[in-house]
Design a protein around this ligand. Structure first.
Ligand code: PLP
Length: 388
């Protein structure tokens, strides 16, 4: 069986987790601080703050840029539901707009028509690792005085070119960038998240909120020679990452460049092997974007049956996934008004198949996926041929 994804972990991660356990300090402490420093260094962000997952990161990011009850946040429906949940946790309403033609990211051209006097922010998503058009999004945000939160859950190790220079996703273009370290992403800590920002005021808010709004951290109190009483100046949350997770994360960060290199080599091979296959369209990588290929997404011709194709591949030992979900088609979002066209989002969900891709995948495994796909496509054409 070839899985859709697999985290790349081994003895370095296991040893780091064991060392954290044996150190006597397992909650948020020195490993979290070191993980944050290294993440900030690798992305070029001024600040990085670790949290329990990307959903809590999104919640804090939206709160910090001032999203509150009655506000609207423009975002995509075509993404993981955590985006809408985080907006609603702030008491605000998600305003869904469609994705761009041929891709899976927010269509900047759809944003202006969705702006109202209640719009506070844009939550854009670097979907499946592909950076979105930040130049166009920031121009709109500046013109309308909107804050921008980048959902980079899947985009650790992706790159974008701005003003002729390449920079990692995570160096903030908007106000805050949010990452996930769930095992389905490119690097993992089991569960985990990170917020990067260049604004010290936002970073200070994240650090206060993630530990119950408590003025003094456990590590500060532990290290102090004098007795410290903590204060609670604001209501907060418990969104902390543990030192066990951060110790794993530090090892994963060391692997990240090689993981991305390997994923890009595999994606290039998919591209070569699938170039002439009828019935599918390969994913685009626009100029100025470098994806970490968190997922390799094929668009199926409308005549093809997505479910049957996936079932055929599953029987051949190849796991696939359909396109990214559409939040507005889920019951949890049934009460969210839908004033804007979402046709492309629905077509992307129902006409896309994600192929297996993980750093340790061999070229032989990839070639098996290609063969299984070719067989599944041939199987769908066979009945038509029989009828002709
Ligand atoms: C996975 C994902 C999230 C949620 O991340 P968690 O760490 O599981 O909370 C949010 N947004 C996007 C786009 C994702 O892919």
């Amino acid at each position: 069986m070839i899985p859709i994804a697999m985290p790349l972990m081994g003895p370095p991660e296991a040893d780091a987790a064991a060392a954290a356990v044996l150190s006597g300090w397992v909650s948020q402490g020195p490993q979290v601080a070191a993980f944050e420093r290294e993440f900030a260094r690798m992305t070029g962000a001024a600040h990085a703050c670790a949290v329990s997952n990307c959903t809590t990161a999104l919640h804090l990011a939206l709160l910090a840029v001032g999203v509150g009850p009655g506000d609207e946040v423009i975002t995509v429906s075509h993404s993981f539901i955590a985006g809408a949940n985080a907006i609603r946790q702030c008491g605000a309403t998600p305003v869904f707009v469609d994705i761009e033609a041929g891709g899976y990211n927010i269509d900047p051209a759809a944003i202006p028509a969705a702006i109202t006097p209640r719009t506070r922010a844009i939550l854009c998503v670097h979907q499946i690792g592909m950076p979105c058009d930040m130049g166009a999004i920031m121009a709109i945000a500046r013109a309308h005085d909107l804050r921008v939160v980048e959902d980079a859950a899947c985009a650790a190790g992706s790159m974008i070119r701005l003003e002729d220079a390449w920079q990692p996703i995570g160096k903030p273009i908007g106000d805050v960038v949010c990452f996930s370290f769930h095992p389905r992403k490119v690097i993992s800590t089991g569960e985990g998240g990170m917020l990067t920002t260049d604004r010290p005021d936002l970073d200070a808010a994240f650090r206060l909120w993630r530990q119950h709004g408590m003025s003094v951290s456990d590590t500060q109190r532990h290290a102090s020679n004098s007795v410290i009483f903590e204060a609670y100046p604001v209501p907060g949350f418990n969104y902390r990452m543990t030192d066990i997770q951060a110790a794993i994360g530090l090892q994963q960060l060391q692997r990240l460049p090689r993981i991305v290199q390997s994923r890009r080599a595999l994606a290039a091979r998919y591209r070569r092997k699938l170039a002439d296959m009828a019935g599918i369209t390969l994913p685009l990588e626009p100029a100025g974007m470098q994806s970490n290929w968190q997922s390799f997404a094929l668009r199926l011709d409308p005549s093809l049956d997505q479910l049957a194709l996936m079932q055929h591949m599953l029987q051949a030992g190849v796991a696939t996934r359909r396109g990214i979900m559409c939040m507005h088609l889920e019951e949890a979002c049934a009460d969210i008004p839908l004033p804007h066209d979402l046709t492309r989002s629905e077509e992307a969900r129902d006409g896309t198949v994600l192929l297996p891709l993980f750093a340790q995948m061999s070229f032989d495994q990839l070639d098996m996926v290609v063969q299984a796909l070719a067989n599944a496509l041939a199987d769908q054409r066979a009945p038509l041929r029989a009828m002709a």
